[in-house]
Design a protein around this ligand. Sequence first.
Ligand code: HEM
Length: 364
Amino acid sequence: MASVTGAVSCRLFPSASRARISISSPSSSSSLSPLSLSSSFSYFFSPLKCLPTSPFVPHFFLIQKASWMSTVAVASDPSQLKSAREDIKELLKTKFAHPILVRLGWHDAGTYNKNIEEWPKRGGANGSLRFEVELKHGANAGLVNALNLLQPIKDKYSGVTYADLFQLASATAIEEVGGPKISMKYGRVDVSAPEECPEEGRLPSAGPPKPAEHLREIFYRMGLNDQEIVALSGAHTLGRSRPDRSGWGKPETKYTKSGPGAPGGQSWTIEWLKFDNSYFKDIKERKDEDLLVLPTDAVLFEDPSFKVYAEKYAEDQEAFFKDYAEAHAKLSNLGAKFDPPQGIVLDGVTGEKFVAASYSSGKD
Ligand code: HEM
């Protein structure tokens, strides 16, 4: 059955360079996969012709509508996503911004509230973090630097949404420093105005009175479980904390005083630009005063349920990588609205375990 999602998407993405109309055979139209998008016959039309006021829009789709056709408009363009990924890799080679890009992606997605159905009120990976009002939230201190690094890439690829770019940058950064391959999908729709940003206070604090309770309250609200909390905390194998941003950490240590990248801050691990399981080993041992352990890191070895996973990941890097990759893919999709609803896969089949539809109905 053909759909008219293209018209809706054009209204949502006036900045998109083009919408893609795919025409599939009758047999493939009911099970259109992200991959079949690129293999099916497709052509493009100018976004100027699909402004909300244009009478051309409904006509265009009505004329095209037939039982053997499927019209699908995408939020991001697959070829532009791939080019943007190469640009991100180049950027990382000179800026060593891997950690802050991971933090950017996580803070865009981590505002998700599973108890709110409506998009974008539910928060999540929707690009809202580009707006000043959200960048100014205390938890986001310093992330304006990450946005500034990515902005030229965004300017270059109008067919890539902010929401996708943030998640693309994060997954690429992890892979580039030795982390697991993450089964990502793209096509996230951007919010369009600062009024659509979530209220402050949805992200975790590093020093709450009861860290385990706090982590559960925040991450359960996102629909994540204990194992995912521990696995995702392992992202602190990368990067540093800076007192002038979050208020946590030392101004500099022997591991950070000469960079790479902007010097200073306190890292959780010695090689803080290498993705491995040393975070779990180091917070378990706590031997080195130059390495950071936040109250919310320490609790991973104190709470009986968290401890099972923390111990496992300290012993077994492969288990950590596997669980991290799955949890990261899930995090990156939280609250996102995908266009097309099944998302766009760049490199093959997505190995994500959870059902995307429970996070993205594609209806609103
Ligand atoms: C579990 C609750 C979490 C808390 C309380 C927390 C807290 C923090 C704090 C205080 C900083 C230092 C920021 C600064 O001063 O610049 C930080 C940095 C960082 N966080 Fe988390 N975080 C949490 C979870 C996560 C998760 C789930 C991820 C990713 C999946 C993540 C990724 C990072 C990264 C990569 C950095 C380093 C950023 C840089 O070097 O610029 N964090 N986090």
